[in-house]
Design a protein around this ligand. Structure first.
Ligand SMILES: Nc1ncnc2c1ncn2[C@@H]1O[C@H](COP(=O)(O)OP(=O)(O)OP(=O)(O)O)[C@@H](O)[C@H]1O
Ligand SMILES: [Mg+2]
Length: 249
């Protein structure tokens, strides 16, 4: 089997009495699209926060490309090739679209901003941006304020922003929320392009049509616990998953 680009081994976190991640283990391969599903409050976003280093795990370990990052802060994990999007897009709303893209994924990291500004301003950055914008079907002026973009387009723009980092791992929180079918196709095309370039993706999504057709493998969470982990076919007929999440139909 290919060496995993990301590995979580028994990671956990509790908030007060709520165990939001309970001994979670999985591996993500380069080029793999792994769906993360489960009922509201199951701990999906929390798991992304643990992987990206926003929260610290109270047990277990996380490895990126074979390196133990369990105690490594979020901005360093970002530099190691981990990019993410948020359930609610996070942009500087008074700033232009292009400035938001140049700012990169890590709002807290000022050095990252400077590095990305000088590193990306070259011709490759422009070509790449053009390519991604075309796949996204975006025609607006990059100098427009970000606040002129509808929510759905902001969600796609976050994927583009993440891809411009050339990540090895992308964590994508509910990309389909607020997207119409055409926009969703475009978002999936962007993510597929990232995987063709070797990026492994974890995507949280509630739209089952998308999850079942788009993901290679699926993890199902319930009350912070992994209740199933397998291919879409396997997960769909899993009794515990049907009970907790999919329902009988
Ligand atoms: N920072 C926090 N402080 C306290 N409780 C938290 C925090 N973050 C998450 N939780 C709790 O952990 C549990 C899991 O929340 P999480 O946001 O990870 O769920 P989710 O699966 O992403 O849900 P949704 O589908 O609604 O986005 C919930 O009970 C939530 O209230
Ligand atoms: Mg969530």
């Amino acid at each position: 089997m290919t060496k995993p680009i990301l590995k979580a081994d028994g990671i956990s976190i509790a908030f007060g009495g709520v165990v939001a991640a309970d001994n979670v283990s999985f591996e993500l391969a380069p080029g793999e699209i792994k769906g993360l599903i489960g009922p509201n409050g199951a701990g999906k976003t929390t798991l992304l926060n643990l992987i990206s280093g926003i929260y610290n795990t109270s047990s277990g370990s996380i490895h990126i490309d074979g390196v133990d990052v369990t105690k490594v802060p979020a901005y360093k994990r970002a530099r190691m090739g981990l990019a993410r999007t948020f359930q609610t897009p996070r942009f500087l709303h008074r700033s232009s679209i292009i400035n938001n893209l140049l700012l990169g994924t890590d709002l807290a990291d000022q050095m990252g901003y400077i590095n990305s500004f000088f590193g990306k301003k070259g011709s490759n950055f422009n070509d790449e941006l053009e390519e991604l914008m075309e796949i996204a079907g975006f025609t607006f002026d990059w100098n427009d304020s970000i606040s002129t973009m509808p929510f759905g387009q902001q969600k796609i723009l976050e994927i583009i922003r993440a891809m411009l980092e050339h990540p090895k791992i992308m964590l994508v929180d509910e990309p389909a929320a607020g997207l119409n079918d055409i926009e969703l196709q475009r978002a999936m095309k962007l993510m597929e392009l990232a995987t063709e370039r070797g990026c492994g993706i974890i995507v949280i999504e509630h739209r089952m049509d998308m999850v079942m057709n788009f993901c290679h493998n699926i993890i199902v969470l319930n009350f912070g616990k992994v209740i199933a982990n397998g291919t879409p076919e396997e997960v769909q007929c899993n009794e515990a998953v049907i009970e907790a999440y999919l329902g009988r139909e």
